[in-house]
Design a protein around this ligand. Structure first.
Ligand SMILES: Cc1cc2nc3c(=O)[nH]c(=O)nc-3n(C[C@H](O)[C@H](O)[C@H](O)COP(=O)(O)OP(=O)(O)OC[C@H]3O[C@@H](n4cnc5c(N)ncnc54)[C@H](O)[C@@H]3O)c2cc1C
Length: 803
């Protein structure tokens, strides 16, 4: 074992081996992998080896496509077979809702270049003779599905890496990780130490324990998972290999295994394995079978695939593997730890392992993952994702693995966790709550007498009419919104202005003013959008997306100068309420001594104001497009503020509104959101944020690329559409057609109640962005005519919010 290496990868499962291979491919060959036992001995060796391209997040789907296409490459380099069986696969629908879901998956696949084919139940039965078609209403066929040999894949990655110069050390356990002051690491093993510039935690089942060596509690939990292999099934004898098959209603997956069928299930009563600490003596081990637990799923299997009930069981496998609370991997560098990286929580190693290795290696070698991996970024979780939270959410996620998550569906586990002081007041007002980063926030308000409950659906829900009323109140009178679910980061110190000017694309505003700003990476792509509120010469409050708080802090901390600037997250120190609508000024003015007139308190003012007895920070800004004010107070004042506003607003027709109405109104205004319109695959000019890029202010991160983008115009353009929708609006990720071709994708959609039209925002190639006709947006399998709007749908001059 060498005593020094540029990178030590901890863990030789499929993920660690892929990371090692990709590092060598990216040019770092002084790398080593340390495995405490044999390669694959964790969760990898007993995997069913299934692989597929479909994923709820299009960017993860892209990395899955990459993974599957990679197997030929590593087979060629290593000479090791991956045992690829590209059988193609079926996803079966047993209900109309599932069929709608499949249509949406097929539509999304169109702009990812996937050739998914819709089938009737009869057609599906012809391709998969084991199914009883009476239980199904349709299916999708994906030619890029199948299974691999888990051992072969891991060995192929490992050998390919070794050929390029990587070292693999087996039977050696990493027992501790000690940081040096220069950011490098001492990797302490039971067979000696290695000095490494970088460490990658690819510890799989033990990733939590490896994280704890550096003080991290990673949000991952292993669940027991069972599959069985039947004796030979006579009905398929002599036929070509059977397709990979997912039966969503049965919560089953199936594939052929040596003449029999492998049947796996994500049962509802899933059981965590080693919920607190993973035993180190577990290697190439299985757990005791518990067929009783999966008996309900097997009964469905025998009903849906009758031939399977007639053959015996050859083998049962019960093994653990890890999940993050949302089921996506945890990848990337860790805020506050230099040169420490994670690649864990990978629940579909044979669909995702290659993409994870690619993204992480690019990130380490080039400083950027090279693609939009927000859905996998470890920074999407914050401190709220504790061990017990993770336990509740992973169990929920496992039990729902094959169930539909409707776009308006809120899941119940681990709730309520974080609440603001007015939570019970909002409940009394019949709020229907959503959960975001563990925090409860109102989505909409049911009228008294009606259930505070939303039907889950792909179509317009029972909330539609009530959200319309909320929008009307904001348009005509005044609405009250709880806005605590924003991230807040305070930047202080004598160097704050200069530093922010380098980090952000826009100018830092004067004291007492607000400026909106994109944040760019070195490639000039969007990695954040903020409201910068200047409180003092040396104090700026950044307001942005709560879910990205850790992501932002990680970037800020890695760009801080040695002295003169402090950066601190303070989301819950400033909880918020916002008043919006033509009566909002009169309402607020009735409670404050300051002059709120348009001349004294113009648009984009930010100031300390006392509201009644309550000290507050008030910003005149609007996400609704109406005259409005955002009010930030410390939590101990929020209740009093709420009651004051409600009482004073009663005579002005004040109505509470929630996130659904806000979303509809911001789409009417064409205002983008982080993780929807603004992501690291778009440039600021493409995203319509060019007016917030101050190219002339001097150098800032991403300026050169932004200059080039302005000169070229960029490749894409964010455009607004009015869609001739039926009873379902676009929600995001629908394909945009133009003249019979898929040219782009929707980022957000909603019904615009103030304009009385169904709306969508989405990206299309810049070259056709100005086309006046020929657009369609595919909503649940139907191509609906879409009118490209030359300006935002509501109040394009912005007169209402500036008045
Ligand atoms: C029953 C079952 C069926 C499955 N079916 C599929 C499927 O069909 N398709 C699919 O894509 N996925 C499937 N999976 C999931 C798949 O197995 C995982 O996604 C994959 O194995 C994750 O790989 P990993 O490298 O992250 O973790 P692991 O395989 O757990 O590897 C981690 C490695 O790190 C080593 N290690 C940990 N700590 C240390 C240390 N301190 N020092 C040295 N070494 C250390 C361990 O010994 C281990 O070898 C299945 C899993 C199970 C259990």
């Amino acid at each position: 074992m060498r005593s020094a290496a540029r990178v030590v990868v901890v863990g030789g499962g499929v993920v660690g081996a892929s990371v090692l291979y990709h590092l060598t491919k990216a040019g770092w060959t002084d790398v080593m992998l340390i495995e405490r036992d044999e390669l694959t001995c964790g969760s990898t060796w007993h995997a069913a080896g299934g692989m597929h391209t479909v994923n709820g997040d299009p960017n993860v789907a892209r990395l899955q496509q990459y993974t599957i296409n990679l197997y030929r490459e590593i087979e060629r380099i290593s000479g090791q077979s991956c045992g690829v069986h590209l059988t193609g696969g079926l996803m079966l629908a047993g209900t109309r809702e599932r069929l709608d879901w499949l249509k949406m998956a097929q539509a999304r696949g169109r702009y990812l270049g996937m050739e998914l084919e819709m089938l009737t139940a009869e057609e599906a039965a012809r391709r998969f003779p084991l199914l009883d078609k009476q239980h199904f209403v349709g299916a999708i066929f994906d030619p890029v599905e199948g299974h691999v040999d888990p051992y072969g894949v891991t060995q192929a990655y490992a050998k390919s890496a070794q050929i390029a110069g990587a070292e693999i050390v087996r039977h050696t356990r990493v027992v501790d990780l000690k940081p040096r002051s220069d950011g490098t690491w001492d990797v302490i093993t039971d067979h000696g130490n290695v000095h490494a510039e970088h460490v990658v935690n690819a510890g799989g089942l033990w990733a939590r324990e490896v994280g704890r060596m550096v003080g991290l509690e990673l949000p991952i939990l292993a669940m027991e998972h069972q599959y069985l292999i039947t004796e030979e099934v006579p009905q398929i004898a002599g036929l070509p290999e059977q397709l990979h098959c997912i039966d969503f209603e049965g919560e089953l997956y199936l594939r052929e295994e040596r003449g029999g069928m492998l049947i796996g299930t994500y049962e509802r009563a899933g059981v965590p394995w080693s919920p607190v600490a993973t035993p180190w003596d577990f290697a190439q081990s299985l757990l005791p079978n518990d067929l009783d637990r999966i008996a309900p799923s097997l009964e469905v299997a025998f009903e849906h695939f009758p031939a399977l009930g007639e053959v015996g069981i050859r083998k049962v496998v019960n093994g653990p593997f890890t999940f993050a609370p949302d089921g996506n991997p945890l990848v990337g560098p860790i805020k506050g730890l230099r040169n420490f990286w994670v690649a864990c929580g990978v629940m579909a190693g044979f669909s995702q392992g290659g993409g994870v290795g690619l993204a992480l290696s690019q990130w380490m070698v080039n400083g950027d993952p090279g693609s939009d991996i927000w859905a996998m970024d470890v920074a999407r979780y914050g401190d709220w994702a504790t061990l017990a939270y993770t336990n509740a959410k992973v169990r929920e996620n496992y039990s729902r693995r094959f169930r539909i998550r409707f776009p308006n569906e809120e899941l119940p586990a681990a709730r309520p966790l974080r609440t603001t002081p007015i939570y019970d007041r909002l409940r009394e007002a019949h709020a229907v709550f959503g959960e975001y980063c563990g925090l409860e926030h109102p989505l909409w308000f049911a009228p008294s007498g009606a259930d505070a409950w939303e039907d889950v659906t792909f179509h317009r829900s029972n909330a539609h009419a009530h959200v319309a009323e909320e929008c009307r109140a904001v348009q005509e009178r005044v609405g009250l919104l709880e806005t605590s679910n924003y991230g807040k980061i305070e930047v202080t110190g004598p160097g704050a202005e200069e530093w922010l000017s380098r980090i952000m694309a826009n100018r830092v505003p004067r004291v007492g003013r607000i400026a909106l700003t994109p944040m760019l990476n070195d490639r000039g792509k969007l990695i954040g959008d903020f409201t910068m509120c200047r409180l003092a010469a040396d104090r700026v409050l950044l307001i942005g997306t709560l879910a990205a708080e850790t992501y932002y802090l990680r970037w800020f901390q890695s760009h801080l100068p040695p002295a003169g600037v402090q950066v601190r997250a303070c989301a819950m120190e400033h909880v918020g309420l916002s008043v919006a609508g033509p009566e909002s000024r009169a309402l607020l003015q009735s409670l404050v001594r300051d002059d709120l007139s348009n001349t004294a308190f113009p648009f984009l003012t930010f100031r300390r104001v006392d509201i009644g007895m309550i000290p507050a920070l008030v910003g005149r800004i609007s996400f609704t497009g109406e005259l409005g004010y955002e009010i930030w107070v410390s939590p101990d004042y929020q209740r009093a503020l709420y009651e004051l506003l409600v009482e004073a607003g009663a005579g002005k027709g004040l109505k509470p509104f929630g996130g659904r109405a806000l979303n509809a109104m911001r789409i009417e205004k064409g205002f983008g959101n982080w993780a929807r319109e603004f992501r690291p695959i778009y440039g600021p000019y493409e995203a319509g944020l060019g007016r917030f890029v101050a190219l002339e202010k001097g150098d800032f991160i991403g300026r050169a690329a932004a200059l080039a983008e302005r000169a070229s115009g960029g490749e894409l353009r964010l455009v607004a559409f009015a869609v001739d929708a039926a009873d379902a609006d676009a929600i995001g990720d629908e394909p945009i057609w133009h003249d019979g071709r898929v040219v782009g994708w929707v980022t957000s959609g909603a019904y615009g109640h103030r304009v009385g039209r169904s709306l969508a925002l989405g990206y299309v190639p810049a070259a056709i962005a100005a086309a006046s006709a020929g657009f369609e947006i595919e909503i649940i399998g139907e191509r609906r005519p879409a009118e490209r709007l030359s300006a935002c749908a509501y109040d394009p001059t912005g007169a209402r919010m500036r008045s």
